[in-house]
Design a protein around this ligand. Sequence first.
Ligand code: NAD
Length: 478
Amino acid sequence: IPVDPFDLVIFGGTGDLATRKILPGLYRRFQAGQMPEGARIIGAARSELTDEAYRELVRAAVAEHVDADRQDGAELAGFLDRVSYTRIDARGGDGWDTLAAKMRPDTIHAFYFSVGPGLFGDLAERLNTHGIAGPDCRIVVEKPFGHDLASARALNETLARHFVEHQIYRIDHYLGKETVQNLMAVRFGNMLFEPLWNAQYVDHIQITVAETVGVGGRGDYYDKSGAMRDMVQNHMMQLLCLIAMEPPYTFDPDAVRDEKLKVIRALDPVDPDDIVRGQYRAMNGTPGYLEDAEAPDSPTESFIALKLHLSNWRWKGTPFYLRTGKRLRARTSEIAVTFKDPPHSIFGEQPGQRSNVLVIRLQPNEGIKLKVTIKEPGPGGMRLIEVPLDMSFAEALGEGVRDISDAYERLIMDVIRGNQTLFMRGDEVEAAWAWADPIIAAWEARGDRPEPYDPGGSGPEDALMLMHKDARRWREVR
Ligand code: NAD
């Protein structure tokens, strides 16, 4: 369904995020017929570029980041017709009047802040002083949203000086992933799962976000952040919220976000023994974290595993195990809900462990899998085996899967539609920092050092122990 006509200004329109994600994503939405005649994209950044030179940059971005079989010269020309460029200085007066003159009245105005967070305040202020921001315009802000509670609060206050909450779209691209939204569809669109979705029936939940890459190239940024700030406080917290929240009474933005906020507030403080931090080491000539980050003595973690508890009626007693790390064996993100064993086996002792597990896979190969127990076929008696009921979206939906859009394109279209359901509200972000801050402060005060781990595996030994001591096991990283 096409959206209404819009003027979308991408501040930082020449940067890495814009060229890798935002512009290719917009092109795919154009191809999908979602962009009406009156849609305009305006790149705005510091470089001195003509419209033509900027279109060349967009053309190159599409060539590099859109699948070859989806590229089409005529379509691309149609897309580029909608693209223009304005040089602006976020910190000065240059370019703002030109930008103001470009904005058409009676059209949706959206401003994507794809620049470092240090410039958010400058952009917000100049949009207002130059009379560009109307009461219905939207701004999109990128991660990181603060470094701790104090900085997140300051950022919220800065934005609130110029915009009201319903205009502010804080991106967490995990929320734009198709399977993450499917998580809500599975939970609240079926009768099957929800009655079992609580501490009485769920043994534990694992959330894994594993990466194979190291921090090479972005070590400077990462070393000030670490896995807790870079992944857990935002992306993994959002996944936890969607898994654990109560059914919202509607899919409206605030109904959903109210429920997510309650989850964060119900989190118990974390016992230091339930946290394992790791740092990948050098091996076989490949550099370790310390070399990648060019920080010889850095105590920053490139891996973290935590066991969390929620104090509420639904989840009291069911642990949530989270882990994320770099330079692990495989690039994979998944949520696994392990149900309790049946109270009694009428089949007597059976080898192996056979709990039902619902696996929601975010990447690669998005899909949902349910492990169920059946009888092993054949005359061997009543021997039980486990089989997966496997729904890979790519297989189940066939051609339609081409339309599984990248998280960014989906979220940008939501901005144009004015739908904030998949964006973080200011109080959610602050609550997540309020939870994370004391955990970080405690390990800093103790001077804890992360445990070195071999690249290409599943993280430090102690992370395995975190589960073993509870007589549980992580799923394989593969
Ligand atoms: P980048 O350094 O590649 O691009 C920055 C852009 O900002 C450039 O277009 C530059 O011209 C513009 N800019 C810088 N100073 C300016 C000024 N004074 N006036 C006007 N324009 C100015 O950065 P990036 O990697 O694209 O990241 C942009 C934002 O997105 C950051 O907040 C980053 O944290 C966030 N982010 C990036 C990624 C990613 O994959 N690159 C992922 C998640 C979040």
